[in-house]
Design a protein around this ligand. Structure first.
Ligand code: CP3
Length: 351
């Protein structure tokens, strides 16, 4: 199986873009830049468009999801769009009772805590992904030569929400289940890998030129637990797009301890949070892996000279890797002044 002939990566629109070539390991004249959570509450035009629509309903409305995806591309001149959706969309489309509570995050109607709960998890009918594919298709038709990044949550991060029933700090219940009932745990992560892989593949087939797997909460795991209970499931999720030939990115928060093990699932590019310099991340990865990151989101609210110095330091540190896409070390905080993001794009493109 290959991408359709009219896919932007195949028909010549995005294959030579700064983002795609950098993801493929070539260092070009400019460092590409985009921001995790660039679409969303930092933009007044987003807040305006979202009035009266629930988060997950917005994700499943192709017109809204494409318009929200395009907003930061138009405003900031970033080198990529990231499809406006959420990591829990494939759970929702499979029929899991999940919602996003504003200011809190994903909340489950009934947490998944036992082997019986795992066995009862519903399959995801591929036809349910139609609104996702339609939103992606609509978006890439308007993006022209700017690539769209598709994304999905990694099985551990999804399991953390499913077991805890909502956001949590240390993911204690999830990590307990991992050891108390390793078979149920493996079943849960296998299910999560399947549905999140379906979600990712649908976005790529519909026109995304790259794919990013978010394991946001991986930082709560030891390396031993990661390799024994998580890694193969993340590999399975990413393998859903392996035959399609799009560059893949893997990102986690607090991932310093597991960075190399995360790379081993087969991602082309590693996203790095703000806790370790890119040069150190590159060293831990053996020096051959393109990197994405890692401006500290906290500094977006600092005076410009402080932030500017930091961005220049990140660019310098990124030279240790074969190629570098500038991004944040995690998502844009909702309070961020959007003009600051535009200024970062201008600075990075001017170097
Ligand atoms: O611009 C983009 O990055 C694309 C959109 C995007 C969203 N969620 C939109 C969203 C992406 C890539 C995600 C992924 C996501 N969702 C992750 C992985 C990335 C990360 O930040 O670590 C995670 C852990 C989630 C789960 C989730 N969904 C959280 C923690 C929240 C925030 C809750 C809150 O209100 O603070 C959400 C909701 C969500 N997803 C919003 C957006 C724009 C906020 C919804 C709103 O506007 O009220």
């Amino acid at each position: 199986p290959t991408l359709p002939a009219e896919h932007p990566l195949v028909d010549g629109r995005t294959a030579s873009s700064a983002l795609v070539t950098t993801y493929r390991g070539q260092r070009g004249d400019v460092t590409p830049v985009w921001f995790m959570r660039q679409a969303g509450r930092s933009l007044p035009e987003y807040r305006e468009l979202r009035v009266g629509t629930q988060m997950l309903d917005a994700c499943l409305d192709p017109e809204l999801s494409s318009e929200i995806t395009l907003q930061p591309v138009r405003r900031h001149g970033v080198d990529a769009g990231i499809f406006f959706s959420d990591i829990v969309i494939p759970l929702k489309l499979a029929g899991v009772d999940v919602d996003i509570v504003p200011g809190r995050g994903p909340v489950l109607g009934k947490p998944v805590r036992t082997a019986a709960d795992v066995a009862a998890l519903p399959a995801l009918d591929p036809s349910a992904l139609a609104p996702v594919a339609a939103g992606v298709a609509r978006t890439v038709a308007q993006l022209g030569t700017t690539p769209l990044i598709g994304f999905a949550g990694a099985p551990f991060t999804l399991a953390a929400y499913l077991v805890e029933g909502g956001p949590s700090k240390d993911h204690l219940m999830a990590r307990t289940l991992m050891h108390a009932d390793p078979d149920a745990w493996a079943g849960l992560l296998d299910w999560a890998a399947t549905v999140t892989g379906q979600f990712l593949r649908a976005q790529v087939l519909a026109g995304a030129s790259a794919a990013q797997l978010f394991d946001s909460w991986v930082g709560s795991l030891s390396l031993a637990d990661y390799t024994a209970h998580v890694q193969r499931h993340s590999a399975k999720a990413l393998s859903a797009v392996a035959d399609l030939g799009v560059p893949t990115v893997h990102f986690g928060v607090g991932s310093g301890e597991v960075l190399s093990a995360m790379r081993d699932i087969g991602a082309d590019v590693m996203g790095v949070d703000w806790r370790i310099p890119l040069a150190e991340a590159s060293r831990r990865l053996g020096g051959g892996v393109p990197l994405q990151g890692n401006v500290d989101p906290a500094l977006l609210a600092a005076p410009w000279p402080v932030l500017e110095r930091h961005v220049l330091d990140v660019l310098e540190s990124g030279k240790a890797a074969p190629a570098h896409v500038l991004n944040l070390g995690h998502g844009v905080p909702p309070e961020t002044d959007p003009d600051v993001l535009t200024r970062i794009v201008e600075l990075v493109h001017s170097r």
